[in-house]
Write a protein that binds this ligand. Sequence first.
Ligand SMILES: NC(=O)c1ccc[n+]([C@@H]2O[C@H](COP(=O)([O-])OP(=O)(O)OC[C@H]3O[C@@H](n4cnc5c(N)ncnc54)[C@H](O)[C@@H]3O)[C@@H](O)[C@H]2O)c1
Length: 430
Amino acid sequence: MDNNFSSPELPPPVRAVGQRHVLGLTSDPLPKVRIAIIGLGIRGTRALKRLPYIDNAYVTAVCDISYDNIKRSVRFLKSQQLTDTKVLQGADAWKKTCELPDIDLVYICTDWKSHTPIAVYAMQCGKHVCIEVPAASTVDECWQLVNAAECSRRHCMMLENCCYDVFELAVMNMVRQGLLGEIIHLDGAYIHDLRGRLFGSQHVDNIHWQLEYFVEHTGNPYPTHGVGPLCQLLDIHRKDQLSHLVSMSSSQVGLTGYAMQKYGSNSAEALKPYLLGDMNTTIIRTQKGKTITLQHDICNPRPYERTFSISGTQGFARKYPIPAIAIEPSAHRALTPSKTRKLIENYAHPYVLQWAEEAHKLCGNRARDYIMDARLIHCLHLGLPLDQDVYDAVEWSCLTELTEISVLSGSLPVAIPDFTRGDWNKFHGS
Ligand SMILES: NC(=O)c1ccc[n+]([C@@H]2O[C@H](COP(=O)([O-])OP(=O)(O)OC[C@H]3O[C@@H](n4cnc5c(N)ncnc54)[C@H](O)[C@@H]3O)[C@@H](O)[C@H]2O)c1
């Protein structure tokens, strides 16, 4: 690969003696998957309400720094007669939780800064881990996750739920069956006006951390919802590899403007020097010559959009603003909405057939969370490899720092590391 690209300082790509890749990792089947949830804010509480309904999943411990969040979870546990669940609270409680002997899986739903330290320690304690998105915020943290997974031979999966939506899974089926031909270009994005939520919670401790992060960082701080489902379609580190990116951000207007309106132009909130640009646009090229555009904007008034569009030599699929599919020889025009719906049904993914009904009943329009968890527990129960491995987690998460490096360098190309250290090509034999 062309080495003229800038890249952050990386640890040398050598492994410790005895350390091996974890491509295709399997572990002993677990009759019961005993889970500890760390972080009982918005996501952790939802997981706590979901996991007990999944076959072979048992929440045996919960943990948070915050007394209030613990109290809320204890109320829920009592209401469900789940009184055997261990409850740990305090600044170091996460360590004690990872050390508990009767835990198989540590389910991490804390803020971004604590994901990697908790996950690494949990793996060192012999536990499998799953981590909310993004799993890591720097390339160095990414290598820490890879090294911990390879040394401990434990699963490390990022909870990228957008890979488990009905439309994304149906398109994956279409791509696998060749309906769209060879994939040429893909678009992804996370566009979600979060200003009300972020500033509205200024007085509730638990969202503060995101705004604090935006004071210090630019680029795309939350790339995985957009890029994850696209990398799965491209079989990244199975048949292809992300090569390099260029990234550009617009000026910061949205956060500051909103804070000025809400709190006044001399308020502390409005005077915060947010580094984050409003709209970040990144272009990624793979080694096999596919291109991806990726966007991020959480601070302007726009309808929610997790762009997911795929151009192939035989067709096109797009999820937002409304699902549209076009197939050759008539691909200059999208299929009618009813034909599109029919096609999505015809290509329903096996996970959807297996879990979507329960998922919709329990989680409504958040069915993807249930399907993701059900599939994860199913694999751990049977000792199967997971859908997303540690290399997926870090390939998608490392874009956080790499987009920032490109933006700060005036959009110079930045190389994307091969976290498998060349092994993907040997293992998958492509
Ligand atoms: N997949 C999705 O759709 C989705 C949606 C929203 C958020 N997220 C991700 O989920 C994660 C959590 O987001 P949230 O909105 O639930 O945040 P939150 O602030 O509501 O919750 C975080 C919780 O972690 C606790 N915590 C922090 N550090 C801890 C530690 N060291 N030990 C124990 N507890 C600790 C906090 O007290 C809080 O209760 C983030 O990584 C976020 O990016 C994912």
